[in-house]
Design a protein around this ligand. Structure first.
Ligand SMILES: [Zn+2]
Ligand SMILES: [Zn+2]
Length: 296
């Protein structure tokens, strides 16, 4: 079991708390100020309540899996210290891509890293197929938790959209009911201050949902582009920098479905929506171990 060093990041810790507070707040406003006053006499109360809470449960499950993944792609450290003194001097003369098989030496981890692994300064470890370090999951998005991260984005976007639809429709319905002089779900008994209090909740949740909805949609799009192009943002940057030197990573052509299955698993497409562990993708047939077959 790897030590969770990244969880000591204060920014990540604050983002985790904000995420859970946001979910609890959204559930409170939707149930207390939307569903109960407006739909309590209708079967839509059960439908909306069940669907919205199911989306939130899925969101939290995916988030927890992304945060506490037992292995999100961390390159294991060697059990015994390795003497790199000779190799360092050799590797400094070589180019950045190190060995012929794509394995490289990470001076910070003092270990060999497989192809497509990158060192994360926050986690202080090399992460296989590292996409980026995300404070919202207080963890790196790597080879084995990218699926959960994308699912978290998906359910956050879905919950935001659902919230916006419920808030807007309820607001319009209440407003129309008030102007029509009835059918507003008991507004007559509401005091002015209570109305302001409820409207305040509506506005806050609406703004939060729009901001987070747009935010996760943009990241979701970037993630999908990164998967389909078979290149992480770090690799995109690196290939841009090394373009002139002709040293960019060779990318064999793979069908889009095969690239998606490397992240989401080889099971049914419906399972892609569930935060279940998929088959570990064996990218390009590489079997990861602490130490490759090096001529040391
Ligand atoms: Zn490293
Ligand atoms: Zn990290």
């Amino acid at each position: 079991m790897e030590s969770p060093r990244c969880r000591k990041d204060p920014c990540g810790f604050i983002c985790l708390i904000l995420t859970y507070l946001g979910v609890v707040y959204a559930d409170y406003v939707v149930v207390q100020h939307v569903l109960i006053p407006v739909y309590s006499d209708s079967f839509w109360f059960s439908i909306h309540g069940a669907v919205f809470n199911l989306i939130l449960v899925m969101l939290l499950a995916c988030h927890l899996k992304a945060v506490f993944s037992e292995d999100h792609g961390m390159v294991p450290l060697p059990v015994a210290a390795i003497d790199f003194s000779d190799l360092r001097s050799q590797s400094s003369r070589k180019n950045d891509r190190g060995s012929s098989e794509g394995w490289r030496l990470c001076n910070r981890c003092e270990t060999y890293t497989p192809p497509r692994a990158h060192h994360c300064r926050v986690c202080q470890r090399c992460i296989r197929r590292m996409d980026h370090h995300c404070p919202w999951i207080n963890n790196c998005v790597g080879e084995l938790n990218q699926k959960y991260f994308i699912q978290f984005l998906f359910y956050t976007g879905l919950a935001s959209l659902y919230c916006i639809a419920l808030l807007v429709s309820t607001w319009v319905w209440r407003f129309r009911g008030e102007r029509g002089g009835g059918g507003g779900g008991g507004e007559e008994s509401e005091t002015t201050s209570n109305k302001h209090f409820i409207i305040g909740h509506y506005i806050i949740l609406l703004v939060v949902c729009v901001l987070f909805g747009v935010f996760v949609t943009v990241i979701f799009y970037d993630q999908m582009v990164s998967i389909i192009s078979d290149e992480t943002p770090i690799e995109q940057l690196r290939s841009r920098l090394t373009k002139d030197k002709g040293a960019s990573r060779p990318r064999p052509h793979k069908p889009t479905l095969a690239l998606l299955r490397e992240v989401f698993g080889r099971g049914s497409v419906l399972l892609w929506l569930l935060p279940l562990r998929s088959n570990p993708p064996m990218a390009e047939g590489v079997i990861y171990s602490a130490l490759p077959d090096y001529d040391v």
